[in-house]
Design a protein around this ligand. Structure first.
Ligand SMILES: Nc1ncnc2c1ncn2[C@@H]1O[C@H](COP(=O)(O)OP(=O)(O)OP(=O)(O)O)[C@@H](O)[C@H]1O
Ligand SMILES: C=C(C)CCOP(=O)(O)O
Length: 261
């Protein structure tokens, strides 16, 4: 592959209204389509969408003691949101298509496996595959909830992204929840020197969702950065110029860079 591979997550806080079940933010989809239009011929993009007010609500509602019901309801929710996003992008002439995460990632004997030829063929031909955070059944018949970041982690050993871009509804990782605390400071860089201290700050956020919110995002992405050498950029999806810059490998003015060596 000659072009840079970029993993791009359209987070649920960006593309949905997380406090309103089953609600899509079409202004966010418009911004996402603009950014993709400007860049999809320059870089190879694997898009992932978060579960937002679709899957997170389904897991909370059905995640009790009936794994079959949880699985089908969760996958119904993830499929619906993914389809709405992909249809919107295709309608706006973006060459994107859906890849059901639970059909390309699953448990074999004792280990997670990925079936990646469909993904590689799409990426190799300039088409944007759109995967998503998903409920996955393990060999014991239990449901595991995989965030989009976890899906990226699994795919990164095959596709080796140059950078990973996470779009949320805020401009990066702050010293405290910017929607709740009085004096949030944008943390511009997370590296070996401050990773532990940042995780400590984020751990106490009581509003973490079923895949762990900002704390788990930073934890998973720092491990992935250490493992792959990829630079991770967290920024707001609503700032189209910043998203375009980040897709091109330019660090936007307002963002958090996670780089662990
Ligand atoms: N210290 C913090 N810095 C930045 N955002 C924070 C912080 N603490 C809490 N948040 C909240 O985290 C949210 C983003 O995390 P969230 O897990 O919702 O991301 P997402 O990937 O967009 O969502 P989803 O998991 O649904 O895909 C923001 O809306 C913000 O309010
Ligand atoms: C809730 C489910 C099924 C996965 C959500 O993935 P995420 O929104 O990327 O954390």
């Amino acid at each position: 592959m000659t072009r840079d591979v970029v993993f791009l997550k359209a987070g649920g806080s960006f593309i949905t209204f997380k406090d309103k079940p089953v609600s899509v933010n079409y202004m966010a989809l418009e911004a996402l389509a603009e950014a993709l239009k400007a860049t999809h011929r320059e870089v190879s993009i694997v898009l992932g969408n978060g579960g937002g007010s679709f899957a997170h609500y389904a897991v909370l509602k059905y995640g009790s003691n009936d794994p079959t019901r949880l699985l089908v309801k969760c996958q119904q929710a993830t499929r619906l949101l993914n389809r709405l996003i992909v249809d919107y992008l295709v309608f706006n002439n973006i060459p994107a298509t859906s890849l059901q995460t639970s059909a390309i990632i699953g448990y074999g004997k004792d280990s997670l496996r990925a079936f990646t030829p469909p993904l590689l063929n799409l990426v190799g031909n300039g088409i944007i595959p759109v995967v998503y955070g998903e409920c996955i059944l393990n060999e014991k018949g239990l449901v595991e909830v995989f965030s989009t970041e976890k899906v990226f982690e699994i795919l990164s050993s095959i596709l080796k992204p140059s950078r990973i871009l996470l779009l949320t509804d805020v401009e990066g990782v702050y010293s405290c929840n910017p929607k709740k605390c009085s004096n949030p400071g944008l943390i511009k860089r997370i590296d070996n020197d401050n990773l532990g201290a940042v995780l400590e700050l984020l751990e106490s956020d009581a509003s973490r969702d079923v895949t762990g919110g900002m704390y788990s995002k930073v934890k998973t992405m720092s491990e992935l950065s250490r493992k792959t050498g990829a630079k991770v950029i967290v920024t707001s999806g609503f700032n189209i110029d910043h998203v375009v810059q980040a897709l091109r490998g330019i660090v936007p003015e307002k963002a958090t860079i996670i780089e662990i060596v």
